[in-house]
Design a protein around this ligand. Sequence first.
Ligand code: SAH
Length: 386
Amino acid sequence: MGRLILTSKGLSWFRKGHPWIFRNDLERNPDAVPGSIVSLETKNGKFLAQGFYSAQSKIAFRLISRTKEAIDANYWKKSIHKAFQYRQAVVAQTNAYRLVFGESDGIPSLIIDRYADHFVMQTLTRGTENLISVITEILLELFHPQSIILRNDLSVRELEGLPPEKRIIVGECPQKVEVFEGEIRYQAGLWNGQKTGAYLDQRENRLLASRFLHGGILDAFCYHGLFGLHAARNASRVIGIDSSPEAIEQANENALLNALTNMEFRRENVFDFLKAEEEAGHLYDGIILDPPAFAKSKENVADATRGYKELNLRAIRLLKPGGTLVTSSCSYNLSESKFLEILRECEKDLGCTLRIMERRGQSADHPVLLSFPESFYLKCLFLQKI
Ligand code: SAH
């Protein structure tokens, strides 16, 4: 087994509990096989932990265990079983959820999403890339899936020197898998959809938001229309906006699937749409803003801040008094306090008062580790304009 030696600075970082060790916190270039499981040690040779070694990325070590226990197929089976038990406890009202969320489940850089009996796997580093066949066997044994797809078409893999890859590992996967979420049904495109087919991280927010949404609703950045579908069950009218034609097509199909006739989806840029609605003098009782991550890196936080501000400002202007804004940011690089500050600025600029009804994050199947801030990325606020 390869060994990584921590510098003194690295040691105090590790002791705080973060599951990653950066390359510049290692004493010297380690003699270890990329993707292998290595032991992390102090300068005096004291064992600290076992984890995956990455040779290319700035993140050199990803924590698996603080003990010397054997990390073998049986270990991974226990980890996945534990992850499943946790989902059984926290996931409700759906058959589509995240079964494994990387570090948060003690399996760094592995994602497994489940859509009914179809599973989608993503391995983000060489460490988990090496485990594909082991994990496949475990999924077969525990869940008897109809299919398992590998969706490794993610750019983060480039940091590890891994190529994009998409393939079916087990069974045959239909183009679309129908799943349910509360009272609605939707089709997830596991092969071609965004993420692994759906934005599972917003599920609980979608389920709850519908309670606050009545009257005329705007679902901005609607993707397959899921926020809007929930809202349409109570609201009088829902309009969904997305720039992707594929998203609009699927959103329309989902409306049909649920026999909802009070919905309309339009392919448009949200910024342009909001401007046009303001010019037309249209107002809404509820607005959902769920944009893609504007702050993809620390470098573009300033630009992203301007983007979030403009978007929220325009949306709040279109809200009737008493109306509800469900606003999200999935940029890890923009903290919750920064997001709140942006909204406070909007309030000030518009001379209105916003009341927080709900202050939320990602769904419970995407659990956050207290000492791993990177695992908390989605912020979602339900605000009332009073
Ligand atoms: N609310 C959705 C997820 C939205 S993901 C859900 O709960 O499932 C973000 C969406 O924004 C993507 O579908 C993307 O196509 C769309 N998008 C990105 N930039 C846009 C823009 N400027 N105008 C309209 N849609 C945009």
